[in-house]
Design a protein around this ligand. Structure first.
Ligand code: F6R
Length: 609
């Protein structure tokens, strides 16, 4: 959370910082700020409450010149969103931007106040600025030296970038718990929380590793560990194009990303389905290792957790492998038992989610057979810290609500199920049928996307609604959960999901003609059971929206709307049924005039606990 960008160059970098911030806004958007210093040490700082656009407007016509600078878009952790709490924070000549949390900030604040420091904000970040200043005053030394001396005093997770306005040629960046990447230019260098911010100005990147401290000038990048010893890090060329981060003909990133799902799934399948078999050689392990796996422990948060829940049905019913799925923030704080030959699977779009990363790190202290990351970001912490990884090839996802990364996560999980199933004696014909179903999925999704007008129409019914209930059975229960999560996240309608069989154990009490109940009703072996649950709702005057197959015999009535979807194979139905629910949330949020790509209080990459 929070987006950081820094630059040191021989040209004015103000515009680069502001444009980079726009691209980082998915990480937080409650306030923004920048500080630039020109060649002569003249310094300017601007901060404002609200989005980056407000900062752009505030700095327009100010003729800001900076050859070195830092900028930040904030997701508040300590201190309310406000101008004074916005970064960069300053202690006389030391300027700091920070992503993360300082756990011992209260103690440090007290100590600094007793040394005569005055705090102008409620943030934990200001502590870092004053600490660095104090170190400089007490012992002197270069910016790098005072940063290295200060790090041991700070507990918590932080990605920070620091400059000293008296020496406007050097930036120092520290990665402890929060990602930072250096963009390498010619005679200029940059640093940011995500390479996305730097794509228009660099195509070669160094991903800082945990504990790295980088000293960055126009023509030099030196990287050290926290002990101050130099370390080597590879420079990697990026093949990501600047353009792919634009909205194209779509109104919102979320809309674009929903529509990109057929291609995202095709890309995720490419090279992994060969001769009617799943080929996961990229894992780089031998079959013997995979054969040993007797249990899968999935850890994840949010939407990624929901995809893990769907896969549990698949692992157990198709691959005969017991599977447990747990929210990472719960897993990491309880005493758990590790099953024999259990593979820990960390699911994450961003690969930076603090709780998932912490749970992955914790798992290394236990006797899991290994860890596997399924992730959309190749150079992310979760990928780098897992023994094995499989990437979802969705392309960058910018909308805060995960869409295409959910469907591609499920695609990868299903491939893994087939692979492990095949080693556990899964019938060849079953394998081929599932592979055929996955390969047909992009086409099926095209067909369901073609129903978007119908879903847009239905969305109008939700304009005045404050609550909604989503129900499903079997592997569609987690899809109901995902539908509810999407709706609450971007439309702010309170939505809950229930396993349909649970209704009579409590939630039926909520049913009246004002409570929309969204039913995920694919044409599978549980449909008969689900129909009984639907009747329970109907006879109590409930308002039903049934997402179903064209071949089921539901009839539209005044309180029951049927959304007939094209045929889909049962195995891939959970992925397929997610799409209309994404569209529903999207259109409801439009009607309610919500900020689709940046819903309130949220951020795309949740790097704090
Ligand atoms: C919801 C959403 C979040 C994320 C969650 C985990 O649309 O995007 O619930 O799924 O924050 O993030 P990742 O997958 O990056 O670990």
């Amino acid at each position: 959370m929070c987006g950081i960008i820094g630059a040191v160059a021989q040209r004015n970098i103000t515009k680069i910082l502001l444009e980079g911030l726009l691209r980082l806004e998915y990480r937080g958007y409650d306030s923004a700020g920048l500080a630039v210093v020109d060649k002569f040490g003249n310094f300017n700082r601007f901060r404002c409450l609200g989005k980056v656009q407000k900062l752009i407007e505030a700095t327009q016509n100010k003729n800001l010149i900076g050859f070195i600078g830092l900028a930040h878009t904030r997701w508040a952790t300590h201190g309310i969103p406000s101008e004074v709490n916005a970064h960069p924070h300053i202690s006389e000549y030391i300027i700091v931007v920070h992503n993360g949390m300082i756990e011992n900030h209260e103690q440090l604040r007290k100590e600094l106040i007793s040394c005569g420091y005055f705090f102008s904000s409620e943030t934990d970040t200001e502590v870092i600025a004053h600490l660095l200043h104090l170190k400089q005053k007490q012992h002197g030394g270069s910016l790098l030296e005072i940063v290295l001396q200060t790090i041991p005093q700070i507990n918590g997770s932080f990605g920070i970038v620091v400059m000293d306005r008296r020496n406007p040629t050097i930036l120092v960046a520290v990665r402890i718990g929060n990602p930072l990447v250096i963009g390498c230019g010619v005679g200029e260098n940059f640093v940011a929380s995500d390479q996305l911010a730097l794509l228009s100005i660099a195509n070669s990147f160094i991903h800082l590793e945990e504990g790295d401290v980088a000293e960055i000038s126009c023509d030099k990048i030196n990287i050290f560990n926290v002990m101050g010893n130099i370390v080597n890090r590879n420079e990697i060329k990026s093949h990501i194009h600047y353009d792919i981060t634009s909205k194209g003909n779509y109104n919102h990133y979320m809309q674009k990303e929903i529509y990109e799902q057929p291609t995202a799934i095709e890309n995720t399948l490419r090279g992994r389905c060969k001769n009617k078999e799943i080929d996961l050689e990229e894992l780089g392990v031998n079959i013997k290792f995979l054969k040993k796996i007797r249990h899968i422990q999935i850890i994840a948060c949010g939407t990624s957790y929901n995809s893990g829940l769907v896969s549990r049905y698949w692992f157990e019913s198709l691959a005969n492998i017991p599977c447990d799925v747990e929210i990472a923030s719960e897993f990491r704080y309880r005493k758990f038992q590790v099953r024999k030959n259990s593979l820990l699977v960390a699911l994450s779009q961003s690969g930076e989610t603090a709780d998932t990363l912490a749970a992955l790190r914790l798992s290394k202290k236990f006797n899991f057979i290994g860890s596997l990351a399924i992730c959309n970001v190749l150079h992310s912490s979760i990928v780098r810290e897992s023994d094995l990884y499989l990437t979802t090839k969705s392309g960058i996802e910018i909308g805060v609500a995960s869409t295409k990364t959910f469907s591609t996560q499920l695609t990868v999980l299903l491939m893994l199920v087939i692979k492990l199933g095949s080693l556990n004696g899964m019938n060849l014909e079953v394998q081929h049928n599932i592979i055929k179903a996955i390969q047909t999925l992009p086409y099926r999704i095209e067909q369901v996307l073609a129903k978007d007008k119908m879903i847009e129409e239905i969305a109008k019914d939700f304009f005045n609604k404050n609550h909604a209930l989503f129900i499903g059975r079997g592997d569609h229960y987690p899809i109901a959960m995902e539908g509810a999560l999407k709706l609450k996240e971007i439309s702010y309608i309170h939505a809950e999901a229930y396993a349909a069989g649970e209704l009579k154990h409590g939630p039926l009490a909520l049913i009246d003609d004002k409570m929309p109940v969204i039913v995920i009703a694919p044409n599978n072996e549980l449909l008969r059971k689900l129909k009984c649950n639907i009747e329970e709702i109907r006879t109590r005057g409930g308002l039903l929206y049934i997402f179903t197959d064209q071949n089921t015999d539901f009839k539209d009535t005044y309180n029951m709307k049927i959304i007939q979807l094209p045929y889909v194979e049962n195995i891939t139905a959970p992925i397929f049924y997610t799409i209309p629910l994404q569209l529903l949330s999207y259109y409801v949020a439009i009607i309610k005039c919500r900020n689709i790509d940046q819903p309130r209080n949220l951020a795309k990459s949740v790097t704090v606990e």
